[in-house]
Design a protein around this ligand. Structure first.
Ligand SMILES: [Zn+2]
Length: 89
């Protein structure tokens, strides 16, 4: 998978961490990987957890489609398994 290590640090919101929401937004601010549910979150580090990228992909293999995102890019989808809409910010 593009040479990315399975232990690459990835931020997930608590919703994703707890399995309450699927990942609907993958974004790379400052080059970090963030896998989020797509809802708004308070700007508070307590709303996020750090996991390994491999863990996130294991939970949802469809995320492998967007592992070519570069820093400053993001990809969003409406439904799990649906097409990703990519953008740059
Ligand atoms: Zn969330």
């Amino acid at each position: 998978m593009l040479g990315l290590a399975l232990h690459t640090k990835t931020y997930v919101c608590l919703h994703v961490f707890d399995g309450r929401m699927p990942v609907m937004l993958v974004t790379r601010p400052d080059g970090d990987w963030c896998a989020l549910c797509g809802d708004d979150h308070p700007d508070d580090a307590g709303q996020y957890r750090v996991v390994g990228l491999g863990h996130v992909i294991q939970q949802d293999p469809t995320l492998a489609d967007v592992l070519d995102l570069a820093a400053g890019e993001e990809a969003e989808r409406e439904i799990v398994g649906g097409p990703w809409t990519r953008s740059t910010f």
